[in-house]
Every structure is written in structure tokens, then in C-alpha cells.
Design a protein around this ligand. Structure first.
Ligand SMILES: Cc1cc2nc3c(=O)[nH]c(=O)nc-3n(C[C@H](O)[C@H](O)[C@H](O)COP(=O)(O)O)c2cc1C
Length: 361
């Protein structure tokens, strides 16, 4: 079952070309104020068809909340919320049923589930399934905000082009308004030009989404297996096309000395214990240390490309050449930005609830 979380648990529903995609959310206390329009705002940020560098599939993606919220307040029942799939053309997928796309989940799903797998549009392996994650995250973000916790994400890099470090609150707002969701104005055009170029070549590219979680008190996370790193990695690696996650200085830590990597403690103007650097990414011993939790997520280049590649006809057992048609994101990264922050919000809320940090009036 596609379910994750203990105290705040989510179950994903639907498939790319089925009737709907959505989520069942459990664990929201009765009486919690929830604004359905804020869910739509998050969905709008993930939605396809927004620009020339995303898939041309057009989906209005307006949430339908079937149970669990009445008059802007949670009832305490499971929340069933979804969006209907409308702009669906499955005919092409029938024609490639026996020729798995290189780099996509067609091959493994076909072998494991045989003819019972919904192959249309990638079925359950599609990026469209992240609609459910975004709905659940949009609910979680509203609950976290009451505790002063905010989750931000933005494009850190596309291919070789890397954005400079940012001042989160001001530059994040700016990043959210441009097509590539980058907080560095000097990189907007280079990012767009690069993605447009690879698209014209019938190819695709990958990149990195950075996420920052601000306002966590010291101590959120449960050793061992529910450490913040383990919980975040679990949900982030569940997002299709994710190939890597690193916290703080991440893989660069392997090249540093202890004296460089250690974040020295000091007191800020208000007497709060902080660290001078944040190589730990806000986490020590699996628990938040009060600094921003920072992690980066690597998205691979989109596998569905128009360039000719080799595959195998799995029925006839012959080598064949393959070119993917249809509508695809030449770069997943800009649309994955809200997916990462909403996925992160779900597990952070789960840890907040299990740690007893959440009290409602
Ligand atoms: C928001 C989002 C949009 C995506 N759009 C596409 C797409 O248009 N075409 C495609 O081939 N893959 C797309 N993917 C990625 C595939 O779903 C994914 O690569 C595939 O299921 C195989 O899984 P894996 O890459 O995790 O191994 C998208 C992923 C996300 C998160």
C-alpha cells in the first residue's frame, strides 16, 4: 500500500491516466483550521502546462475534498482529497506497451505486475501521483505554520548551472515567481535557454532542488529509525526521478577536516545557542539542533525523450529502436520544487505530532 507516516499518515490514490489522483490523510486533529484555497495554491505551483519548459498536458488541478473538512475545520475523520484527471490521451501508451521506455518504470512494472499494471501514462509511477503528496503537504504546512515552522524549496541547479546561496525569506519569494523557480535573477534566462535547447534536441536534463525548514525547535526527530534524515530521505526518495539526497555540506563533508566541518556553537543577540556555520544541515544525532534544516535533492534527466534510443520488444524478444512521443517535462526540476517542500512538510509534521510538540486550542 502507498502509505507513509505514523501520527500524520498519508495514502496515495489513483494513477496518471485513471479517473483521479489524490490522497487519504489521517491524523489531523478535529477542530484544526484548514483553508482549502491554500491547498489549491500549492497544487497550482505543481500543475503541468504552466510554461514552454514544462509538459504541455493541461490540468486545472482544483482539489475536491470529499471527507474530513467542514466549514474550514477538520472533523477528525480521514481527509479524502483528490483532483480529477481530464487531459488524458492513453492511445499512444497502448502502442508502446511491449517496448519499455529506457529509464522509466515501464520495464520493472511490466515484469512484476504483468498485464495487471496500469501502463497508461506511467500509471502509478507517474509524476502525476505527486498531486496527493502536494495536497497532504499543503495541509501539513498549515499546521506547521501555527508553530512558526515554514518549509521552503527552490531550484538550486539545472545541469551545470548552479545558483548562489540565498537569503531564504526575500529571495525565496522571488524564486517562486519565475518559470524555473530559481532565486538568482542572473540564472533565470540561462536556465530557460538551457532547458529549451535540450528540448529542441529531443533530449532532457536534470538538476537539484534545495529545501530549507525554518523554525524547528531543538530536539525534533526520534533516534534511531525516525531520525530527521531517515524520515526525510524515505519520503524524498519515494518521489519519482529522485536519485540523491544530501544534508548540509553533504558529500562535500568527505573532503573536509573535522575542524572545518564542525559547526562551532555561539550565542546570538538574544542569548539563543546557535552555530556559526551549518555543515550539519540543522541536524545532530538525528534531531533538529535549532538551525535551518537544509537538504538537496537530485532529480535525474526526464527519461521520456524524443531522441532515438534502443529498447527491446519484450513479447517478440527482438531489439528495436525507440523514440518517445507525447507530452513530457524536458526538465522535471521546476515542477518538483513544490513536491519536495510538501513531501518534507508531511514528515516534519509526523515527527512534530509524535514528539508531542503540537497542541491545539
Ligand atoms: C513532478 C514530476 C513530473 C514528472 N514528469 C515526467 C515526464 O513528463 N516524463 C517522464 O518520463 N518522467 C517524468 N517524471 C519522472 C518519472 O515519473 C520517473 O522517472 C519514473 O517513474 C521512473 O522512476 P525513477 O526515475 O524513480 O526510477 C516526473 C516526476 C515528477 C516528480
Amino acid at each position: 500500500m502507498d502509505r507513509i507516516g505514523k501520527e500524520y499518515s498519508i495514502t496515495l490514490l489513483g494513477s496518471s491516466h485513471g479517473k483521479l489522483v489524490g490522497v487519504i490523510v489521517e491524523g489531523v486533529p478535529a477542530g484544526t483550521e484548514l483553508d482549502v484555497e491554500l491547498i489549491n495554491m500549492e497544487l497550482h505551483r505543481r500543475r503541468p502546462g504552466q510554461s514552454r519548459i514544462t509538459t504541455e498536458r493541461i490540468e486545472s488541478d482544483s482539489v475536491i475534498v470529499e471527507t474530513g473538512i467542514i466549514d474550514g475545520k477538520a472533523t477528525g475523520e480521514p481527509i479524502l482529497a483528490f483532483v480529477k484527471n481530464k487531459d488524458v490521451d492513453s492511445s499512444y501508451y497502448d502502442s508502446i506497451k511491449n517496448t519499455p521506455r529506457p529509464g522509466h518504470a515501464d520495464f520493472t512494472n511490466r515484469v512484476k505486475y504483468k498485464d495487471h499494471h496500469d501502463h497508461r501514462g506511467g500509471g502509478r509511477a507517474s509524476g502525476r501521483m505527486t498531486v496527493g503528496l502536494v495536497i497532504a503537504g499543503a495541509i501539513a504546512k498549515q499546521m506547521l505554520r501555527k508553530l512558526g515552522i515554514e518549509v521552503y524549496s527552490y531550484t538550486k541547479s539545472i545541469a551545470q548551472l548552479v545558483a548562489r546561496p540565498i537569503n531564504i525569506t526575500e529571495e525565496f519569494i522571488y524564486s517562486d515567481k519565475n518559470l524555473v523557480r530559481v532565486p538568482d535573477e542572473n540564472l533565470i534566462e540561462p536556465f530557460i535557454d538551457y532547458v529549451t535547447k535540450v528540448k529542441e534536441e529531443g533530449d532532457s536534463c536534470g538538476g537539484i532542488v534545495e529545501c530549507q525548514i525554518l523554525g524547528l525547535p531543538v530536539g525534533v526527530g526520534e533516534p534511531w529509525f525516525d531520525s530527521i534524515e531517515s524520515k526525510l530521505s524515505h519520503i524524498i526518495f519515494s518521489i519519482p526521478a529522485v536519485k540523491g539526497v544530501e544534508f548540509g555540506s553533504g558529500f562535500a563533508a568527505s573532503k573536509m577536516k573535522g575542524s572545518e566541518h564542525n559547526d562551532e556553537f555561539t550565542l546570538d543577540e538574544e542569548g539563543k545557542i546557535v552555530t556559526e556555520t551549518n555543515n550539519a544541515g540543522g541536524i545532530l544525532g538525528g534531531l533538529s539542533n535549532g538551525m535551518p534544516v537544509i537538504f538537496r535533492t537530485v532529480f535525474k534527466p526526464t527519461s521520456s525523450i524524443k531522441k532515438e534510443q534502443k529498447t527491446v520488444d519484450i513479447k517478440n524478444k527482438t531489439d528495436v529502436s525507440f523514440k518517445m512521443e507525447g507530452r513530457h517535462d524536458p526538465c522535471i526540476v521546476p515542477r518538483a520544487v513544490p513536491v519536495v517542500s510538501n513531501a518534507a512538510a508531511c514528515v516534519i509534521l509526523d515527527l512534530i505530532l509524535s514528539g508531542g510538540y503540537y497542541q491545539i486550542e
